[in-house]
Design a protein around this ligand. Structure first.
Ligand SMILES: Nc1ncnc2c1ncn2[C@@H]1O[C@H](COP(=O)(O)OP(=O)(O)O)[C@@H](O)[C@H]1O
Ligand SMILES: [Mg+2]
Length: 647
């Protein structure tokens, strides 16, 4: 703001200076006009006055008659009337007759009519012309020389000179100082303080030390600037041609007062400008403060809210649109905060729902995988079971033949012994002994055939039992009682086979167990199988070559009523099952037991009974050298089984 206002002040100052100079110059030009008028007036009155006097009869008569005293008197009188400095009369030959002037007139007695051209205008020698400038005794005069001619009708009175009528009588010379006190006074009265006049290059009048005439101004630039005695003036000049001489006259005026007044006005303008600028600045800063501070607050607030500080509020009380804006802003922030909080809550809810759904889906997927695995297993087992049953059926007939023919052959061998006895008795002792030995060997072989045939028959029978599934009727059974019965049977069976067998039986039966619908004979077979396997494994560990002497074999049986289903756990602390064979456990004929001790059909049949017949599940958990635990789950009712099967 300051820079432009200062610039404006400078431009204004310059403009003012130029304008003032122009006015000053035109003022000077006007003064010069006045000067011209006054000068012109002087010239005119001088010339006309001298002409009129020259035409006067009194002058002509007195001149003609050469009456010096009367002429002098007359000239004095006329000089007073014309208000000129001197008046003189000359004879035709230029001889001065009479002269009138003030007593102190410088050129007194020296005026003459110039004969040669050389000294015209100087040394009081006046040129023969109506108007000229003549310098006399250091003073410049405007002079007018008029011939005095006798008129035709002139009354000559008593005059009796030899001069004929119409003759030239002499000359009349009038003069006035170019810069007389009257002129200077008149100029001063018109405020022209520093006039100057030059005749050619000679200074006629100047109250300032100017040697050379001022330069003439033009219409566009009437005034010029001059430096006189260290001061600056503005001057204008004009020129007149008077009788072959140049009269230059001019007016001067000092620039200093103008400068001072100019400086004053410029200073006033600059000061006013500065005050205005400062006032504007103060007003601007006040307005800026009033507007920009709240705007700054608004901007900061918006940035903070943008950065997440939703509880941020603006505190603006300007009582104008900005306050309204801030209030609007605060309301917006509050709305934002509310909806943000709502949004967060909703997001949390949705996340929780989603994770629940995901858990459920994962659970379902797990169940589906298990179901799929058990379905595949079931399918495999079913087809293997059928295969087994088929094989058994095919083997049964030839096996019957083997068994029948073995016992028949044994009987035949007995008959052969009886029949051949007499013949054998006739033979020598060596031969007899040989025959007897062969007979014995033969009968032993036959017995072994019959024995192994029976074993094979047993296997085939249990294989056939595989295919017999589903024949039994379901009935509500006390599961705990059925387990107790099977445990006793298994234990005593084992004791019957091996006198030294011993095991601790632990029971953890669910007292609240309600009756379960199942086929008791078949489920009992499953239990017997599991118990038998458990006894075997625990016993094997007890008799291991470098086993722990303090080891006590234990079989633990537990039941749980789960409402829609029941659960049976059979756990032994035997050898355990290596992970590598866990998949094959339920396959028919899979056994790790030595020949004659296991058929590999127990778990296979059990699997069929639990899963196919009762719609339950059987699973195994084991750690090698520590324990094996079979878990059976059975649905409580046949209906539940059917539903499950459908699923
Ligand atoms: N409780 C158990 N402890 C260790 N191994 C077991 C157990 N039950 C079953 N087994 C393993 O499963 C195999 C198959 O058992 P199973 O079908 O009853 O036939 P078998 O008893 O005739 O061998 C067994 O040979 C044995 O290796
Ligand atoms: Mg077994």
């Amino acid at each position: 703001v300051i820079v432009p206002s200062l610039l404006a002040c400078l431009i204004l100052g310059g403009q003012l200076d130029r304008q003032t100079r122009a006015i000053f110059a035109s003022n000077l030009a006007a003064q010069l006009e006045t000067f011209t008028l006054i000068l012109g007036n002087n010239e005119n009155s001088l010339a006309k006055g001298v002409v009129r006097t020259a035409a006067d009869n009194t002058l002509q008569v007195t001149l003609d008659l050469g009456i010096a005293t009367q002429l002098a008197h007359y000239l004095d009188q006329q000089r007073g009337v014309l208000e000129i400095d001197f008046l003189a009369a000359y004879q035709l030959d230029g001889k001065s007759i009479s002269y009138s002037s003030a007593a102190d007139e410088p050129g007194r007695g020296q005026w003459r009519i110039a004969r040669t051209v050389d000294n015209v205008g100087a040394d009081c020698a006046v040129a023969r012309q109506p108007l000229s400038i003549t310098i006399c005794d250091g003073v410049a005069y405007l002079t007018s020389l008029q011939p005095v001619d006798r008129r035709q009708d002139a009354n000559r009175g008593d005059a009796a000179t030899g001069n004929p009528a119409g003759e030239r009588l002499g000359y009349l010379l009038g003069g006035v100082r170019v810069a007389g006190p009257a002129l200077i006074d008149a100029l001063r009265q018109r405020q022209i303080t520093f006039p100057a006049i030059w005749a050619d290059d000679w200074v006629v009048y100047a109250n300032l030390p100017v040697e050379q005439p001022l330069e003439l101004g033009t219409a566009d630039h009437p005034a010029q600037q001059y430096t006189i005695a260290g001061e600056t003036y503005l001057g204008a000049a004009k020129r007149l041609e008077i009788g072959g001489q140049r009269l230059t006259y001019g007016v001067l005026a000092p620039l200093a007062p103008l400068r001072v007044s100019l400086a004053k006005s410029v200073l006033t303008v600059v000061g006013a400008g500065l005050v205005l600028a400062i006032l504007t600045l103060i007003a601007l800063s006040f307005i800026a403060n009033r507007i920009s501070r709240p705007i700054q607050l608004l901007r900061e607030g918006a940035a903070r809210i943008g950065a997440g500080e939703l509880d941020r509020r603006l505190d603006i009380h300007t009582g104008d649109e900005l306050e309204a804006l801030a209030n609007q802003f605060n309301r917006m922030a509050a709305d934002l905060q509310t909806s943000y909080a709502g949004l967060e809550h909703k997001v949390e809810e949705r996340t929780a729902e989603l994770s629940e759904a995901r858990d459920a889906a994962e659970g379902a997927l797990r169940e589906l995988r298990t179901a799929q695995a058990s379905l595949i297993q079931a399918e495999k087992m079913a087809s293997l079971g059928q295969l087994t049953a088929g094989i058994a059926h095919e083997i049964k007939n030839p096996l019957n033949f083997v068994n029948n023919f073995a016992s028949l052959s044994n009987e035949l061998l007995g008959e052969l012994k009886e029949i051949a006895a007499p013949a054998i008795a006739g033979l020598d002792a060596n031969k007899r002994a040989e025959i007897d030995e062969t007979m014995e060997l033969l009968s032993g072989n036959l017995e072994r055939i019959a024995e192994h045939g029976k074993r094979a028959d047993g296997i085939v029978k249990s294989m056939l039992e595989h295919s017999r599934g589903g024949s039994g009727e379901r009935q509500a059974v006390d599961l705990n009682a059925l387990l107790e019965e099977s445990l006793n049977l298994a234990y005593h069976g084992a004791r019957a086979q091996d006198q030294g067998f011993n095991i601790t039986l632990e029971r953890d039966f669910d007292k609240a167990m309600k009756p379960v619908e199942l086929v008791p004979q078949d489920i009992a077979r499953v239990f017997l199988n599991l118990f038998g396997n458990g006894f075997y494994a625990a016993n094997k560990r007890a008799h291991a070559p470098n086993g722990d002497a303090a080891f006590r074999p234990v079989l633990h049986v537990a039941t749980h009523d789960l409402g829609d289903a029941i659960e049976i756990k059979v756990r032994d602390n035997g050898t355990g099952i290596p992970p590598a064979i866990r998949d094959k456990l339920f396959q028919p004929f899979f056994t790790t037991k030595p020949t004659g001790e296991g058929t590999g059909l127990g778990l296979s049949i059990s699997y069929d009974i639990v899963t196919q017949q009762h719609g339950g599940t059987i699973a195994v958990d084991s750690e090698e050298g520590k324990f094996t635990e079979f878990t059976i789950r059975l649905p409580r009712t046949a209906k539940a089984t059917a539903t499950r099967a459908t699923i």
